[in-house]
Design a protein around this ligand. Structure first.
Ligand SMILES: Cc1ncc(C[n+]2csc(CCOP(=O)(O)OP(=O)(O)O)c2C)c(N)n1
Ligand SMILES: [Mg+2]
Length: 338
C-alpha cells in the first residue's frame, strides 16, 4: 500500500492545480488528477525541489466522514462500557484517521514483526477507544468486536495489551512515558535489518512530564533515528487539569529543537493541515534527524459539551450524554451492533 513515491519529475499537463500555500516553511502546491489521487509538489527550501506522487489518497471530505464514524465509535464504546477515555480520543481522531487511511503503509493480516511496513505505537494508551476504532475501521479486526470494549476476557482491554493478541497492537501501553523508547528501539531495529519503513509514535502532552521520554528524545537524536516520527497530542490538558497548572511544559518547541529534532507544527483538528503535515513529515525522513509533530488539538473535539476541558479525560458519557453527543456526529460507515 505505497501511498507516495518521490518523483522529482515535471508535473504532467493533465493535472489540475488546486492551490499553493505555506505549511511549516514549505510551499505546497497541490495538483489533482481527474479521477485519481493527488500530486503534492513540495518545495522544501530554495535549493531543492521535491515532487511527491500520491496514489489512493483519500480526500479531505472522505477522511472527515471516516473521522465522524470513529468519533461515534469512541462515544459508543465508552458509553456501553461505562468507563474509558473519550476526551483525548476525540481530540486525536482526525490525526489517527489521516495516519491510518492515508499514510501508514501496512499489510493485512497483521504480522507482529512489522518488517517491511510502517509501524505505529500509541504511547498514551488510555486513548484506546480511538486506537481500537481506527484499527477496526481499517480492517485489522471485525468492527463488531468494538462492542466488547473493556469487557472481561475481551481483546479490547482498557489499555492496549499484547497478551490478548489484538491485531494492530505491538506493545502494551498505558503506563505513561514508555512508548517513545519502544518506538526508538523499533526504528533502530528497522535500520539494522535494512528496512526503510517508518515508525510513528503518539504521546500525550501531560505524558511528556515522564522523564523516560527525554532519555528517548536524547537517544533518538544521538542515533540519528531519522525514520522515527513522534506526534505530541498538545491539548494543554491532562487528568487533573491544564498542563500549565500541573507541571508546565514550558517552551516545548525549544526543548525538542535543543535535543536535536526536526520540529513541525500542525492543527490536529484540521483534517487538511494534519494530513498535509503527515505528508511533509514523511518527506523529511531519512535526513539524519528524528521528526516531531507538535500537534495542537482540542480535547473532546467534535462534541460541544466535551470540548476544551479535562473533565472528559477519563469519564464515560451516561445515556443522555451519549445521545446528545451522537446527535452531533454523523453515522457515515455504519454503527456496529451493541
Ligand atoms: C506512569 C503513569 N502515571 C500515571 C498514569 C495515570 N494517567 C493516565 S492518563 C494521565 C494523564 C496524561 O495526560 P496527557 O498525556 O496529557 O493525556 P490527556 O489527558 O490529554 O489524554 C495520567 C496521569 C498512568 N497511566 N501512567
Ligand atoms: Mg493532554
Amino acid at each position: 500500500m505505497t501511498k507516495f513515491a518521490k518523483m522529482n519529475s515535471p508535473i504532467s499537463k493533465r493535472f489540475v492545480k488546486v492551490e499553493s500555500r505555506m505549511l511549516n516553511q514549505a510551499l505546497f502546491t497541490v495538483y489533482r488528477h481527474p479521477g485519481q489521487g493527488a500530486i503534492i509538489f513540495c518545495r522544501l527550501d530554495r535549493f531543492r525541489l521535491y515532487t511527491f506522487a500520491l496514489s489512493n489518497m483519500k480526500t479531505q471530505p472522505e477522511l472527515e466522514k471516516i473521522a465522524s464514524q470513529i468519533r461515534r465509535d469512541i462515544i459508543r464504546q465508552t458509553w456501553s462500557a461505562k468507563s474509558g477515555h473519550p476526551g483525548g480520543s476525540l481530540g486525536c481522531a482526525d490525526m489517527m484517521t489521516s495516519l491510518f487511511f492515508n499514510h501508514l503503509r501496512f499489510t493485512l493480516p497483521f504480522k507482529m514483526e512489522g518488517k517491511d511496513e510502517d509501524v505505529f505505537v500509541l504511547s498514551n494508551g488510555h486513548i484506546s477507544p480511538l486506537f481500537y476504532s481506527v484499527l477496526a475501521r481499517s480492517g485489522f479486526f471485525p468492527v463488531n468486536e468494538l462492542a466488547t470494549f473493556r469487557m472481561i476476557n475481551s481483546r479490547l482491554q482498557g489499555h492496549p495489551a499484547t497478551h490478548e493478541h489484538l491485531p494492530g497492537v505491538r506493545v502494551a501501553t498505558g503506563s505513561l512515558g514508555q512508548g517513545l523508547s519502544v518506538a526508538l528501539g523499533m526504528a533502530l531495529a528497522k535500520r539494522f535489518s535494512g528496512d526503510e519503513h517508518l515508525v510513528y509514535c503518539l504521546t500525550g502532552d501531560g505524558e511528556l512530564q515522564e522523564g523516560q521520554n527525554w532519555e528517548a528524545i536524547m537517544a533518538a537524536a544521538h542515533y540519528k533515528a531519522d525514520r522515527l516520527i513522534a506526534i505530541v497530542d498538545w491539548n494543554g490538558q491532562q487528568i487533573d487539569g491544564p498542563n500549565d497548572k500541573i507541571i508546565s511544559l514550558g517552551d516545548l518547541e525549544a526543548k525538542w529543537l535543543s535535543f536535536g529534532w526536526k520540529v513541525l507544527h500542525a492543527n490536529g483538528n484540521s483534517m487538511k493541515e494534519i494530513d498535509e503535515t503527515l505528508t511533509l513529515a514523511g518527506a523529511m525522513t531519512g535526513k539524519g534527524m528524528p521528526i516531531v509533530i507538535l500537534m495542537k488539538t482540542i480535547m473532546g473535539f467534535g462534541v460541544d459539551f466535551m470540548m476544551g476541558t479535562n473533565k472528559w479525560h477519563g469519564v464515560a458519557p451516561n445515556d443522555e450524554q451519549a445521545r446528545l453527543a451522537l446527535e452531533q456526529l454523523a453515522e457515515t460507515l455504519g454503527d456496529y451492533q451493541i
